[in-house]
Design a protein around this ligand. Structure first.
Ligand code: TRP
Length: 340
């Protein structure tokens, strides 16, 4: 993500579905950027529990519990509630109301063509039995973004179609009223190299694939994850030349190890032969432990006082509601729904 294209007047809106605690992939792809961005801009962080329910009604307790888990992850990595507004989607009914108007500006065919929705329908095996709330969540996401007049939405690649559809709704709405009310947003995608592969070598770290390291992982879990990590399946003896490309340990060293000269040297040695997996894994484990230990400790400290965390979410939600209510009032009055 090119952070320098973002200005202090930008308003940032991010969102995470609360279906599970966050992991190192989230840290690299988005959390660490949010910690930087909060110093420069107004930033809203949405805990998307209502969106999570669009395909999890049978699992509402999981969705509920993960609101707190994701909030703990935010706080643990250094998102500061004095600088960023963290809030709970389901407690901002203005978003639902906005979404209900936006639904009049999208067609069912357009929703069905949204590439993200299409992929997710396939992944979930819905065929034609799609929960209507799931099919229409792009309109809800447009509400999340526009309610805050967000200009920047940092997202993974898979979410770009959501921002495109949001901007279509914005243009359509603005064109159908006498004065523009809504603001278009720009998707900002993390730069190449900030997508972390899973520990099994699959392209993506993802909870459903079971190949993650969570931000709350303890020292032993980190050690085990590194031990299991995919390297070069043909590197059988230490003396054999090994392959660096596609070797997860090196992908991670590239992302996390502060000493790039050392990493370059390790790569050379590994390619020549004579460098064993145990050694490179030890280097990686050391730097992951030193990254994650303070995060875990802060996470545990916040987890000891869930009441205080919920109070933080309550304050954030109040602030978010005020902003969303302002936009909703403008939207309604633009449509003539300002009767008295
Ligand atoms: N769709 C996002 C996800 O899959 C979560 C989300 C909800 C979101 N509302 C948003 C992201 C608004 C960006 C902007 O996790």
């Amino acid at each position: 993500m090119s952070l320098n294209s973002i200005q202090s007047t930008d308003i940032i809106l991010t969102g995470d579905r609360t279906t599970g605690p966050l992991h190192l992939g989230h840290y690299v792809g988005s959390l660490r950027n949010r910690v930087i961005l909060q110093e420069h801009c107004r930033q809203f962080l949405l805990l998307a529990d209502a969106q999570a329910l669009t395909d999890n009604m049978g699992n509402y307790l999981k969705v509920r519990d993960n609101v707190l888990q994701v909030a703990l992850d935010y706080l643990a990595v250094g998102i500061d509630p004095a600088k960023s507004t963290i809030f709970i989607q389901s407690l901002v009914p203005e978003l639902t109301e906005l979404a209900s108007y936006y639904l009049n500006l999208v067609t069912v065919a357009r929703l069905e063509r949204n590439p993200t929705i299409k992929d997710e329908i396939k992944q979930r095996g819905y065929e034609r039995d799609i929960p209507a709330g799931f099919l229409t969540y792009p309109a809800a996401q447009a509400a999340d973004i526009t309610a805050f007049k967000a200009t920047i939405v940092p997202v993974g690649e898979d979410q770009i179609p959501m921002i495109e559809q949001t901007n279509e709704i914005v243009r359509r709405f603005n064109a159908s009223v006498s004065e523009p009310v809504l603001v278009e947003a720009r998707a900002v995608v993390p730069e190449v190299g900030s997508r972390l592969p899973g520990i099994d070598g699959k392209a993506k770290m993802s909870k459903s694939l079971g190949n993650t390291i969570t931000l709350g992982a303890d020292a032993d879990q980190i050690r085990q994850a590194v031990k299991m990590m995919y390297t070069d399946p043909n590197h059988l003896r230490v003396s054999d030349p090994g392959q660096v490309e596609g070797n997860v340990v090196f992908s991670y060293l590239d992302v996390f190890h502060p000493d790039t000269a050392l990493v370059a040297e390790l790569k050379d040695h590994y390619r020549r032969g004579g460098l064993g997996d145990t050694i490179i894994k030890q280097h990686l484990e050391d730097c992951l432990q030193s990254l994650l230990t303070p995060i875990r400790q802060r996470r545990e400290a916040y987890a000891r006082d869930p009441g205080a965390v919920l109070e933080t979410l309550k304050q954030g939600t109040l602030r978010a509601r005020e902003v969303a209510a302002g936009t909703l009032a403008e939207v309604k009055s633009a449509m003539g729904l300002n009767y008295y």
